[in-house]
Design a protein around this ligand. Structure first.
Ligand code: GTP
Length: 346
């Protein structure tokens, strides 16, 4: 069994965070995001992993290397131009010669992949999609299945009232198990998507196509800043567990500073007396001065938060500078190296 992680998108909705950091390696609780996907693959015994790249591929490869530190073997395949999710799958076909687990590289989940594979095998399926249930499915494409899990149809971005009246709330969760014969349906060199091109073709040909409902698993896509921040809040609230978060990094936290138990502080961070950190991820090398308050926020590496500044429910990019007594309000997202002058409100 092998895995293909689709990690080549530009991540436009997550800008400005993705201007210098490709989405698959944005830090989540101070770990590059892809490590969470590698973890769940490893738990299912899948160690042969290909990363399909296009946008800033070197940054991803330089960070993750050959995977030996992570107990897996990582291959990289880079498209000269982005081919879309389906085109990228076809482009990687030289690496794929057996049943493959394909993951969108922006899904945070603790789903048990071994169970998904078991379901796929039990049905002798050609293709299996994981399905997540969501409260408001109108932002997503819905997937309707029969009682035995067979996929019946896709309903693209329904209006909220239609979604509610149809009683369907399962969406494509972005993890697939595919047999190599699915590759034969995909023409080479074309820009194609799974959702619009490949899945409809599988349905049309009446192949064995099933949906695995991942009830009880955590699932979130990290497509935009709000969702990225919410993923952190889910960690702080204990809604997602089972991953190793490094809380032992050596940092310099003043005894007169307050840091709650759920926050995570990166290596080499400095937190000065009187500073208060609550429900936040503070990256490596961040400097937080006296009496600054950071709450519900994510601070990327090497940012500096000056004395008396207050940051709530916000994201501060790498090496950002927040001046003295600045107020940063909910929903603010500052790109790398942003500088906010003293006493500003943003
Ligand atoms: P947006 O620009 O914000 O829509 O993000 P995105 O570019 O990441 O697109 P989307 O969220 O639809 O992508 C889902 C997953 O597929 C992400 O993990 C992307 O990295 C990946 N992906 C999207 N397009 C491509 C592509 O052309 N090539 C490869 N290799 N991966 C892609």
């Amino acid at each position: 069994m092998q895995a293909l992680i689709l990690a080549g998108g530009k991540g436009t909705r997550l800008r400005p965070l993705t201007v210098y950091t490709p989405k698959p390696i944005v830090p989540v609780m101070n770990r590059p995001f892809l490590l969470y996907q590698i973890d769940i693959l490893g738990r299912a015994g899948i160690t042969d992993i290909t990363l399909s790249l296009s946008y800033q591929p070197d940054k991803i490869e330089d960070l993750l290397g050959d995977g030996s530190d992570l107990g897996v073997s990582l291959n990289y395949i880079t498209e000269p131009n982005p081919l879309g999710t389906g085109g990228a799958y076809r482009f990687a076909s030289g690496e794929l010669n057996e049943t493959t687990v394909v993951l969108n590289g922006d899904i945070l989940t603790d789903v048990d992949i071994a169970k998904v594979i078991g379901f796929h095998r039990k049905n002798s399926a050609d293709a299996t999609l994981t399905l997540a249930s969501v409260d408001d499915p109108s932002r997503f494409g819905l997937v309707e299945t029969a009682d035995d899990g067979r996929i019946l149809r896709f309903i693209e971005k329904p209006k909220p009232e239609d979604a509610a009246s149809g009683g369907i709330n399962t969406i494509n969760a972005g993890i697939y198990v595919l047999e190599p014969r699915i590759l034969d349906l995909v023409p080479e060199g074309e820009h194609l998507s799974f959702e619009y091109d490949i899945f409809p073709e599988i349905l049309r040909r009446e192949m064995g196509f099933f949906g695995y409902n991942m009830i009880g698993s955590y699932w979130r896509d990290l497509g935009n800043p709000a969702s990225y921040l919410d993923a952190h809040h889910d960690f702080f609230d204990g809604k997602i567990g089972g991953f190793e978060i490094d809380r032992s990094a050596s940092s310099d936290v003043a005894t007169a500073a307050t840091v709650d138990d759920v926050s995570v502080i990166g290596a080499g961070a400095v937190i000065k007396p009187g500073a208060r950190i609550k429900r936040s991820a503070i990256g490596p090398g961040v400097h937080i001065d006296e009496k600054a308050v950071v709450e519900g926020s994510v601070i990327w590496p090497h940012a500096r938060i000056s004395a008396g500044a207050e940051i709530r429910d916000a994201i501060i990019g790498r090496s950002g500078y927040i001046g003295r007594n600045v107020i940063v309000g909910a929903g603010t997202v500052l790109g790398d190296k942003a500088s906010v002058p003293d006493y500003s409100k943003v």
